[in-house]
Structure formats: C-alpha cells, structure tokens
Write a protein that binds this ligand. Sequence first.
Ligand SMILES: NC(=O)Nc1ccc2c(c1)=C(Cc1cc(-c3cccc(C(=O)NCCN4CCCCC4)c3)c[nH]1)C(=O)N=2
Length: 295
Amino acid sequence: PIKKTPEDFIFGKVIGEGSYSTVYLAKELSSGKEFAIKVLEKKHIMRERKGDYVMREKEVLMKLNHPFFIRLYYTFQDEDRLYFVLSYAKRGELLDYLNKLSSFDEHCSRFYIAEMVLALQYLHDLGIIHRDLKPENVLLNDDMHILITDFGSAKIMRPEKEERPKSEDSHGRRRNSFVGTAQYVSPEMLTNKKTCYSSDLWALGCIVYQLMSGLPPFRGGHEYQIFQKITNLEYEFPDGFDKVTRDLVENLLKLDPEKRLGCPEMGGYGPLKGHPFFKNVNWDSLPDETAPDLL
Ligand SMILES: NC(=O)Nc1ccc2c(c1)=C(Cc1cc(-c3cccc(C(=O)NCCN4CCCCC4)c3)c[nH]1)C(=O)N=2
C-alpha cells in the first residue's frame, strides 16, 4: 500500500496533548473522513529515550481489532515527526461527562463498566496489559460506546520472557521504571514494580467507585499521600453507596493481585462477569445496544 503523507490530511484543532505527543483532529482529503492524528516529535522522543514506548504503542495498536478500542489506520513519518492516524472519538473523554454530571446513576455506570470489562477481557486474552487505564483514556464514539486509547504505557506479556526477572536495583527491586497515573496505580506497581493483568483490574475498581461517586477512591494533595493510601488500602465509601456495587469494588481493590475478581488466579473473567452488579447485562449484545442517555 502507498504510504500516506501529512499532505493527505487537513489538520484541525488540537484534541489531545501528552508528554510526548499532540493529537489533532484531521480530515483526509481523498475521503473526507475525520481522524485523530497523534504526532510525536522525533527529537523529543530520542532525547527522553521513549523510543521503546512509541514502538510498543504501535505494536499494541496493530494487534487490536475490537469495537471498544481506538483503531490505528496508518502510520507515516517526515523528517521531524512520527504520525499515528487513529480513530476520532467524536464525543471525547468519558471523564468530561462524569464531571458534568458529578456522578453516573447505576444503569449508566453498569453499561460503561461492562463495556470496560469486555475490553479488558479482549486485551488480556491478547496478552496485553494497558497499565494506565483511567477515565481520561476511555473515549466515546458518536454512538456513546467506549473507545479505549493510549497504549504508550502498555506491556505485552511474552511467555518466553515472562519467567526471566527484569533487571533489578541494589535492593533487589525490579528496575521497571513505569508507574501509571497516581489515583489508579495498583499497589504492586508501587511496591515491587511487578506488572500483571490484575493491575488493570485494580484500575477498574477505582473507576467503578469513581463513576458511582464522582471521585476516585484514593485522593490526596501530593502523589506520595495517594500512594500511601493505596498501599494501606485506605479508602471509604460515601454514605448511601450501593451495597452490590460496594461488593464489586471491594473484590477488585484487593492488595493481593491474585485475589482480585477477574484475575487468572480467581478464575478469570467468568466470575467477574457473574458478579451481581452485572446481573442484567447481556454481554454478547453490548456493542450493538443503544448507549444510555448521559445528558
Ligand atoms: N494518548 C492518546 O492516544 N490520545 C488519543 C488517541 C486517539 C484519539 C484521541 C486521543 C482522541 C481525543 C478526542 C478529544 C475529543 C474532544 C476534544 C474537545 C471537545 C470534545 C467535545 O466536543 N466533547 C463533547 C463532550 N462534552 C462532554 C461534556 C458534556 C458536553 C459535551 C471532544 C474528541 N476526541 C480521539 O478522538 N482519538
């Protein structure tokens, strides 16, 4: 196939900004289709030694083919920049709707959490861990279904390497430098730098709590205060928090990653999808259902 070039698109407004990338709304001249183009400055990537992250994001995106994930259509480069042509999520971030509504009702929370469960099940079945799941990375398409994005922090579990411990520091801790976003990072990523599928289930537990209450469970002025609350499992439910939802959150926010509902050691996704919180969910038709009206 012929490689696209920046001249094949009209670049519009900035719709996303990260430490190493800027995302533009763009229109393809030949088709008139709208895309989100993620642009990365080569010099910045090399200076910050983030080439591995960029390569991994591309490798992960090329593996994904599911309605609940942002799709990668093309990649190309010019002298100074890398370009990832991605799905345009017309309704933006789930977080924006949550902030506007303060919190979601049980019906809306159930719909969006169920879609995230299906997305994580697909991702984990591919041997991929997102590692930075949070409401900002859950985008919405025009039909208000989810499109999970941002795989710059993802990890691909490769069986042949899984047993070999990563390089360790002088205290025997793994050198894995990556840590997710403070409010959603799992205790094991803070203590022994161990990354596992269950780390995404911890983030899911934080998101369930946040959709229903409006705020994430672990909060604080500084990151170290948040980290301390996470490792001490220091969080409370607001008065009136639904009891069934509370049980789901408590079974996801387990300090021991092997005790979290949905993890391989707890029987995988069957027991999670069977939790009473999801009692009326039709898992097979979810992508085709009409999304709840959020506004
Ligand atoms: N790190 C990344 O990979 N980031 C990415 C990747 C792909 C991608 C991406 C980010 C996208 C970000 C994005 C941002 C937006 C957006 C930006 C600004 C405004 C809006 C917008 O109008 N939202 C309407 C939603 N509001 C919400 C609150 C109530 C009123 C209506 C959407 C749409 N899509 C996107 O569409 N595709």
